[in-house]
Design a protein around this ligand. Structure first.
Ligand code: HEM
Length: 493
């Protein structure tokens, strides 16, 4: 935990300086203080002059100490602000930047493909990265490439496209419940918080999908406590003791451990090595699936709803396509049919692009040196490309802040290029495990909502409720966000 180490060093430096200032009689104490200061001087000299990243561009303070990052992520309100500071620093120093003593960020869409690879090149998760730390036994927390392969292989068959399609009837019954809820809202004039409603929907799906039991009873409570957990994510890497968690989340965790028993039988029968079959390890895996599979899709969906409802031309194009393809508004909409609709697909792609959900740095080390222009990144150095830098790259996606589904349509040669850089679900060995499930959810929820209901936004403000302004591992809107809220006007025929 290098980040926590720097905080400890700061405390020790302060204590040592205080000891030397008061000149105590105790010689041993004086020596201790002196040695601490000597050690810290050594660390400073090493990081500034001898570290393999010491000549890389970037502010000296960022290369000198993690306290630089700590300031932006923890002290600067509202927290999780370092990713924004880094955007500013890239403007000043260029695409490659030493962002902490041990990390380099290369904001270049082509380098993304070089770093997040498939095939035989190995990539190890940087050990110090916060990824998956709340569930240390999970796929997301696996540091070594080989351990990750073992864990991923045991799960991937449950999340293949064919596996998702086999469970389509379950997805359809969840969509029917969503539509029922929206019909009731028409009757009662209830305002729907669609961000929370979608999170409960995706939680219901991933819990039933993975464990054969929906957590509908505690859905809202779980969603809200999970968001509380996300809100304190940036503190985790500095204060590992908080691997914790607040009591309500802990209780939810225990309930995960209970329902995990069904899952466990499948895993126990698998070819996983014995060390990977312990209940706690499998519970960790279960928890990460629920966390990764809930807020992600729901955030993308509510962002899509906001943009569609604020742009009448987009709403009208989408409606035209849906009405033509699904003339009977009471009919079930199969995933296979929705997937064939080009405008709906473009809208959902654009929603994924503009949401650019992953603000967290996806940090890896390589076994061979990696070259970026004249810079050689040595094995062991942690590196990442910021997802937002690719998905908001002006050269690939002009006017990146604009929600514009048409950028994915037509014969322009830019479209294949954009598709090549559509990295919302990551790339390579560690890309999104749930991508097929996520797409099925996105298609079904959007097609049902817009084919079957007329709706309008209710007191939803982009800057407050939608725009991502904090890095909480995934991007979150402001602390004041009330979520995307809508009024359902009527059931369409
Ligand atoms: C729109 C929805 C989603 C988006 C945009 C998304 C995006 C991503 C991204 C970018 C990564 C790579 C993270 C990294 O490099 O550190 C990832 C990993 C992952 N996602 Fe998703 N995801 C979504 C939905 C889901 C769903 C529904 C599940 C359900 C199982 C899921 C499960 C996972 C898991 C387990 C990983 C870790 C994979 C590994 O380490 O091998 N995701 N996701």
């Amino acid at each position: 935990m290098a980040e926590a180490g720097d905080i400890l060093l700061l405390v020790l430096v302060a204590l040592s300086a205080a000891v030397l200032a008061v000149r105590p009689d105790n010689v041993a104490l004086k020596w201790c203080a002196f040695l601490v200061l000597l050690y810290v001087c050594g660390v400073i000299v090493y990081r500034l002059y001898f570290h393999s990243l010491s000549r890389f561009p970037g502010p000296k303070m960022a290369g000198l100490t993690y306290l630089y990052e700590f300031y932006y992520d923890v002290l600067k309100a509202p927290g999780g602000q370092y990713y924004l500071k880094l955007e500013e620093l890239h403007g000043k120093y260029g695409p490659i930047l030493r962002i902490t003593p041990d990390e380099v960020q290369v904001n270049d869409a082509d380098f993304f493909e070089k770093l997040y690879v498939t095939g035989s090149s190995k990539r190890h998760r940087w050990e110090t990265a916060g990824t998956g730390k709340t569930s240390p036994g999970s796929i997301a927390a696996a540091v070594s490439h080989d351990l990750h392969r073992i864990r991923r292989n045991s799960l991937s068959k449950f999340f293949s496209k064919a596996a998702v399609m086999r469970l389509e009837s379950r997805l359809q019954s969840k969509m029917a419940s969503l539509c029922q809820k929206l019909e009731e809202a028409v009757r009662c004039g209830e305002i729907i918080n669609i961000s929370t409603t979608f999170s409960m929907l995706t939680l219901s799906i991933i819990s039933e999908y993975s464990f054969g039991k929906s957590w509908d009873d505690q859905g809202e409570e779980f969603v809200l406590t999970m968001r509380e957990g996300f809100n304190s994510m940036h503190l985790l890497k500095y204060f590992p003791v908080m691997h914790y968690v607040p009591r309500p989340i802990l209780e939810q965790l225990l309930s995960v451990a209970r329902v995990v028993s069904k899952w466990e039988t499948v895993m126990l029968d698998s070819r996983l090595p014995e060390s990977e079959k312990e209940t706690q390890r499998i519970a960790d895996e279960a928890l990460i699936l629920v966390i990764a599979g809930t807020e992600s899709t729901s955030r993308t969906l509510s962002t899509a709803i906001y943009h569609i409802l604020t742009q009448p031309a987009i709403l009208s194009n989408l409606r035209d396509e849906l009405d033509k393809a699904i003339p009977d508004s009471n009919a079930e909409i199969p995933v296979a049919k929705a997937e064939l609709l080009p405008y709906l697909t473009a809208v959902l792609k654009e929603a994924n692009r503009i949401t650019a959900l992953l603000t967290n740095r996806s940090l890896f080390t390589a076994e061979q040196p990696l070259q970026y222009k004249e810079w050689t990144i040595q094995p062991g150095a942690a590196m990442c490309v910021n997802y937002r830098a690719v998905l908001y790259n002006e050269d690939i996606f002009p006017e990146p802040e604009r929600f514009d589904p048409s950028r994915w349509l037509g014969d322009s040669e830019e479209v294949p290029r954009r598709n090549r850089h559509f990295i919302a679900f990551g790339r390579g060995h560690r890309s999104c495990l749930g991508v097929n499930l996520a797409w099925a959810e996105l298609y079904l929820a959007a097609a049902n909502m817009f084919r079957k209901f007329d709706m309008q936004l209710h007191d939803t403000v982009y800057e407050r409720d939608v725009k991502i302004v904090r890095d909480c591992n995934v991007g979150f809107p402001s602390l004041q966000s009330k979520g995307v809220r809508i009024e359902i006007l009527n059931r369409r025929s």
